[in-house]
Design a protein around this ligand. Structure first.
Ligand SMILES: [Ca+2]
Ligand SMILES: [Ca+2]
Length: 303
């Protein structure tokens, strides 16, 4: 009897030594017992700049929520943690660490926070919130503050058929609109019902004190919705919706309205999408349906 017990113990010790040699023993003294009580950030490092628009986030697993024991859900929020920015990603726990790659790109030049929740048979545990900065916007240098190129545009067919100011190139360069109502105008593009135009400024607007971008709008005080992005294909972030665009501009025919990157917590933006906010249903018995965009100007330009 004594002999057989000793044999069994020896066999156990030998098996455990083999497992240890392979990197861990699964016993109560193995590495999963050294895991923290909550998931801890590994990458991106706290406060670091991400190198991808869909970065891989990784954590050290929480104790009791290791491989085979849990699922990890990664969430990304704005800096204040009040708004979720992309779809959460859920993956099974890895061995002592777990990583997940975001499936939706993050806006550029943004400080974001993230957290991880591990769920398993033992219940669930959520990490504290960690911080990183998204990829920086690539900006050309220069002093010209006006839009340089049209990325894409959309005017619904009904508005296109009615309107006579349909050339998106009219929104480029400094404000130059003028003329007389209703059909002797020049220098702007009418967006039509819910239409839009997306422009590349080449340089970047930066978030300075107060407003950072000005939209010149001709013919009355129609409303404009403005989105900003760091890449031509977005993601586009809303700055303000249906903003009245009727402040008189000194010495110019067009009125204007101003927008602040801070409303979306953006540090920089290079691409802007100007969308009709007048929302006058087509056909509206007018040849200038929708907001009439003359120019886009950066007020705080990145040097
Ligand atoms: Ca600002
Ligand atoms: Ca113009």
């Amino acid at each position: 009897m004594i002999l057989s017990l000793t044999r069994m113990s020896l066999a156990r010790v030998a098996a455990c030594l083999l497992v240890l040699a392979a990197g861990g023993c699964g016993s109560p003294t193995g590495p999963s017992d050294e895991l923290p009580a909550q998931p801890q950030a590994i990458s991106p490092a706290e406060g670091a700049r991400a190198t991808s628009d869909t970065p891989t986030l990784s954590v050290r697993n929480a104790r009791g929520y290791d491989s085979g024991q849990a699922q990890y859900t990664f969430r990304v929020f704005n800096a204040g943690g009040t708004r979720e920015l992309v779809d959460p990603v859920t993956v099974p726990a890895g061995r002592t660490t777990t990583a997940a790659t975001l499936t939706t790109p993050l806006p550029r030049s943004l400080t974001v926070t993230w957290s991880v929740t591990a769920k398993g048979l033992a219940g669930e545990v959520t990490s504290t919130r960690f911080t990183f900065r998204t990829v920086a916007v690539e900006c050309s240098s220069g002093r010209d503050p006006y839009a340089k190129a049209v990325v894409e545009w959309f005017v619904p067919a009904c508005s296109l058929a009615q309107n006579i100011y349909n050339d998106p190139l009219e929104v480029l360069g400094p404000p130059d609109a003028g003329g007389r109502a209703p059909d002797m105008f020049f220098g702007f593009m009418s967006l039509g019902y819910q239409g839009h135009v997306t422009v590349d400024m080449e340089g970047c607007a930066v978030d300075g004190p107060g407003p950072d971008v000005r939209i010149y709008q001709t013919a009355s005080r129609e409303e404009v919705t403005l989105f900003a992005a760091g890449r031509p294909d977005g993601p586009f972030v809303l700055l303000e919706k249906e903003k009245r665009c009727g402040t008189p501009s000194d010495g110019l025919y067009s009125n204007h309205c101003d927008f602040d990157l801070a409303t979306a917590e953006l540090e920089e933006a290079r691409y802007f999408r100007i969308e009709d906010g007048e929302l006058f249903p087509c056909p509206g018995d007018t040849v200038t349906e929708g907001a009439d965009i003359d120019a886009i100007q950066i007020l705080h330009q990145k040097p």
